[in-house]
Design a protein around this ligand. Structure first.
Ligand code: SPD
Length: 342
């Protein structure tokens, strides 16, 4: 009798603490910081009677390491373009059931069928954007137009770099006139060298540039476009530009990891995100470009016409997408470790 009571109590404790298996109707999301607004989260919770828990990562490599380390418990992850391909090859993603995602038809064709997932069997585009530089125009004069501002000793200790190996090495490669996807050891070594020279000037490596620009921690930041415009809401003197040498552009996606505990709920969430009104809310909050054409009419006018968010064809022609450099990745990992360790 006593044994039965003890077992019963144990069961109640396990269920109450959420250790009795994956919690029913809880969607576990692993996303970039400031990417899923409370507004979207709570509206989905109300409509679907679910709970949405959001955890964040700072780079594609952090996300990859987490999934590779085994049972993450996540239902939704948000890798960027090249990382989707890496994850498909590593069997880390689950095929999407399109029957549960009828709003897939809302996606603009220009964001579909990309090299990293040609049939979009595993990924749905979430937003798109660019990497560039945000600066306080009241302090940084004349207005910069090149990556060289991040090597200018006048700004020592007042700027940040992204905490993202492909983006930081990519910025150095672009400054040197090389491709962000180089597989040349010499070119990579030259990029590493100038990043080592730059390091004493860097205040911090941080991917959440919107936060440190808003707080005034830095006056200049290597950052992603949306984050610059988010910070500018709090600091109107901020400006964003894409260096004349060129930079990266990306598509961030929504995927379901292999072994996700709530696959159907995850597909309902993806479908929800693709409703034009909801998708516009993503753009209004994150300040990144929408991949749903019908969402544009709900996007705030200021963002709809902002060339920093929707660059001209001429500017886009100077951009490259990061691609998976396969076995050469180990060289990027090594260079990055050396830069961070110095
Ligand atoms: N705060 C959201 C940042 C999202 C940035 N994604 C960038 C991917 C670059 N490869």
């Amino acid at each position: 009798m006593l044994k039965r009571r003890v077992l019963c109590a144990l069961f109640i404790i396990l269920v109450a603490s959420g250790c009795g298996g994956a919690e029913q109707n809880q969607l576990n999301v692993f996303a970039w910081a400031n990417y899923v607004s409370d507004d979207i989260r709570s509206a989905f919770e109300r409509e679907f009677g679910a709970r949405v828990v959001v955890d964040t990562f700072a780079s594609n490599e952090d996300l990859l390491t987490k999934l590779q380390s085994g049972a993450s418990g996540y239902d939704i992850v948000m890798p960027s373009d090249f990382m989707v391909g890496v994850m498909i090859e590593g069997d880390l993603l689950t095929e999407l059931n399109r029957d549960n995602i009828p709003n897939f038809r809302n996606i603009s064709p220009q964001f579909l069928g990309k090299y990293f997932d040609p049939g979009n069997l595993y990924s749905v585009p979430y937003t798109w954007g660019t990497a560039g530089i945000a600066y306080d125009s009241s302090k940084v004069k004349p207005p910069p137009d090149s990556w060289t501002v991040l090597w200018d000793t006048r700004y020592s200790g007042s700027f940040s770099m992204l905490d993202d190996q492909r983006e930081v090495i990519g910025a150095a490669l672009k400054l040197l006139g090389y491709s962000v996807n180089t597989t040349s050891l010499e070119e990579l070594a030259a990029a590493k060298q100038i990043l080592l020279e730059q390091k004493p000037l860097v205040k911090l490596y941080r991917s959440e540039a919107d936060e440190i620009l808003s707080s005034g921690d830095v006056d200049i930041a290597h950052c992603w476009s949306g984050d610059a415009f988010r910070a500018a809401e709090n600091r109107p003197d901020l400006r964003y530009f894409i260096p004349k040498e060129g930079s990266t552009q990306f598509i961030d996606t929504v995927c379901i990891p292999a072994g996700a505990p709530h696959k159907e709920l995850a597909e309902q969430f993806i479908d929800y995100l693709l409703r034009p009104e909801v998708n516009a809310k993503i753009t209004n909050f994150t300040k990144y470009g929408t991949c749903v054409s019908a969402a544009k009419e709900y996007v705030s006018e200021k963002l709809r016409d902002e060339p920093g968010i929707y660059p001209s064809e001429e500017v886009l022609s100077r951009m490259e997408s990061l691609i998976d450099v396969k076995e050469f990745t180990v060289q990027y990992n090594r260079a990055w470790e050396e830069i961070k360790a110095q």
